[in-house]
Design a protein around this ligand. Structure first.
Ligand SMILES: Nc1ncnc2c1ncn2[C@@H]1O[C@H](COP(=O)(O)OP(=O)(O)OP(=O)(O)O)[C@@H](O)[C@H]1O
Ligand SMILES: [Mg+2]
Length: 214
């Protein structure tokens, strides 16, 4: 269980808090969804959870123990909203190997298959993939790390219908053994996949239970 308790974020450069008194409990085994309009604080929330930013107040706990930033970076895997800004490898193969001591060929091949990139060559340059393929490569990189908490920022952006359903099903499957939190501005796509009690809406930094999608 990952818990956010009275989480608050107000960077020095902001006149108003970006996030206000966020309370959220995320169990293993059920994907959760936070919906909100542009600028509501969705990406900021994920950055705080995964240790890329430090909260101004409140705490983040894993199995009841408060975590510092370093522990959160270790525990969490974030698939960024714009993954193309974060690629470091010169090829798909290099990108998958980053941070891995050794990566058996079969494992790399299996993870690409899992995210629907089975037909992409290891030699391909990440920046030459389509937007949807880049998002799936970023997911593959995180899956290799096998994080206990998987955070996905707008995972359906840039995906066409044929792969979108596959990715959505994969997210639900992945949530079986880890915490999975999706933030999105298009919650209707997750209808039927994420139960209503696992859905929240974020509005100007305030988190509230949402009844959509059922
Ligand atoms: N370090 C910062 N300094 C000042 N303002 C910030 C900072 N970080 C975030 N903000 C503000 O917080 C608000 C929320 O930003 P955030 O990127 O989290 O929104 P979002 O919901 O992810 O939007 P989008 O759907 O467009 O991705 C924005 O108004 C942004 O300008
Ligand atoms: Mg965002």
């Amino acid at each position: 269980m990952l818990e956010l308790r009275s989480l608050r974020y107000q960077p020095a450069t902001a006149a108003e808090p970006v996030l206000r008194e966020i309370n959220l409990s995320l169990p293993i085994g059920q994907a959760a969804l936070v919906a909100g309009r542009s600028g509501s604080g969705k990406s900021t929330l994920l950055e705080l959870i995964c240790g890329l930013a430090e909260p101004s107040g409140g705490s983040i706990l894993w199995q009841g123990e408060p975590l510092n930033g370093r522990q959160r970076r270790w525990l969490c895997g974030l698939v960024f909203q714009f993954p193309e800004r974060h690629f470091l490898g010169l090829s798909v193969g290099q990108e998958l190997k980053l941070g891995q001591r050794r990566l058996p060929y079969d494992t790399a091949e299996a993870v690409l298959q899992q995210v629907g990139l089975g037909s992409v060559s290891f030699q391909q340059a990440p920046e030459r993939l389509s937007g949807g393929q880049q998002r799936r490569l970023a997911l593959a990189v995180q899956l290799l790390r096998n994080p206990r908490v998987l955070l996905l920022d707008e995972p359906t952006a840039g995906l066409d219908w044929s792969v979108r359903d596959e990715i959505l099903e994969l997210l639900v499957e992945l949530s079986g053994e880890r915490v999975v939190l999706v933030v999105t501005h298009e919650p209707e796509l997750f209808t039927g996949l994420i139960p209503a009690q696992q859905c929240w809406s974020l509005n100007q930094g305030v988190l509230q239970p949402a009844l959509q999608p059922a």
